[in-house]
Design a protein around this ligand. Structure first.
Ligand code: GLU
Length: 381
């Protein structure tokens, strides 16, 4: 048995039921009919039913949906297999509106609101855009919306393009602190070797650690037959499992792919730690760019699980931007915690000691009241 593959499996149902924030990536082949280039209506309706079931269970759901290029290609009658980048972009532009319309009609009919977010790789590398993207997604989820994400194919050139939605979905799961990412496609998950070439090929149902051996398996040509291929799926699993998010690669071709997730052929990748623990570790390991000194009452409030409010902060040192890691120190200079700043250093200085109601008046605009939200804080033991 290869290292990383586990024999005694944890309970899948438990893993699934405990997941509160789920990202589902849907491959193009599930949404679009191969020959006709039309939406697979019955499958699509059943998928929407499954998502609504998850929402009714109180889970938040983000859908990362492919299909724009294939839908647009059909509408524009672009028959050649290898489209130029420009043709793909044109097809995506036509197909995306069609795809969104389909999602919107289905969700609206069932009384749910969905939204469209088109993202490029650039949006995750540019800090300000990354933070904006994160807060928009979180706000949408809080409002009960089901965001539908795709790559902004019409503007993404080769150098700044994901090209596959597997890694994009992993980034979305990571910025939303999701605990489960499901990659639905026409792939069964991972095999030890090509099942077409070898009778000895074994399907791998669960993986606890992505070892070199697992990566080699994913590189085999037979494991690389879909759009993103197995390689990009493993890349996605590497991202998510390291930040506490489990990942399932499932063959979702049959109807109700989520409700049937335990029955479908799939590989489950288990996260090495919980989202909370991974986030805490990440914050503590990040370089601190400033300090916020707090008073005794704020220290008590923080230790009982509250966010840091300006009213409890007495001093701010260093130059930092929104989203940077800063150190929180007590009035006696003792280091208490580290956290992600909600305001930059100039704003922080202006609002030190203020009550929440006064912040908008002093800054001239309305923003969240916390200097550091409790979810963005990690304490030193
Ligand atoms: N963004 C592409 C589309 O909507 C799909 C990329 C992928 O299949 O992973 O057609």
């Amino acid at each position: 048995m290869e290292p990383g593959i586990i024999k005694t499996e944890p309970n899948r149902e438990e893993i699934f039921n405990q997941s509160e924030s789920i990202v589902i990536k849907v491959g193009s082949s599930l949404i679009v009919e191969d020959e006709l280039g039309a939406i697979r209506k019955e499958w699509f309706a059943s998928f929407i039913e499954d998502v609504i079931d998850l929402r009714k269970q109180g889970k938040t759901v983000i859908i990362v949906s492919s299909g724009a290029i294939n839908l647009g290609r059909k509408i524009l009658n672009l028959k050649n297999n290898d489209l130029t980048l420009e043709q793909e972009q044109a097809a995506a532009s036509v197909g995306q509106i069609e795809l969104s319309k389909e999602y919107q009609e289905h969700f609206k009919f069932k009384g749910f609101i969905c939204s469209q977010i088109l993202i490029t790789l650039d949006d995750f590398t540019n800090r300000r855009r990354y933070l904006n993207c994160k807060s928009t997604l979180k706000t949408l989820l809080k409002l009960g919306v089901i965001p539908i994400v795709n790559e902004n194919d019409t503007v993404a050139t080769d150098e700044i393009r994901y090209g596959d939605n597997d890694r994009l979905a992993a980034q979305v799961a990571s910025i939303c602190d999701s605990d489960l990412l499901i990659l639905l496609s026409d792939i069964d998950g991972l095999y030890s070797e090509s099942p077409k070439k070898s009778k000895n090929a074994v399907h791998i149902p669960m993986i606890a650690e992505i070892t070199d051996e697992i990566e080699v398996m994913a590189e085999g040509p037979e494991n690389n037959f879909s759009h993103g291929g197995m390689k990009t799926k493993i890349e996605a699993a590497k991202v998510t499992t390291s930040i506490g998010c489990n990942l399932i690669i499932a063959n979702g071709q049959k109807r109700n792919p989520i409700n049937n997730i335990y029955k479908s052929k799939a590989t489950w990748f288990l996260a090495s730690q919980s989202v909370r623990a991974a986030r805490k570790k990440w914050i503590l390991n990040m370089k601190s760019l400033g300090e916020i000194i707090i008073d005794f009452r704020a220290e008590k409030a923080l230790k009982s699980g509250n966010s840091l409010l300006p009213v409890g902060a007495t001093k701010c040192i260093g130059q930092f931007s929104r989203g940077d890691v800063v150190t929180i120190k007590g009035h006696d200079g003792q280091i208490i915690a580290k956290g992600l700043a909600s305001f930059n250093h100039t704003e922080t200085e202006k609002i030190l000691g203020l009550k929440s109601d006064d912040i908008a008046r002093v800054l001239g605009y309305n923003r969240k009241a916390e200097l550091i939200h409790r979810d963005n804080m990690a304490f030193f033991n």
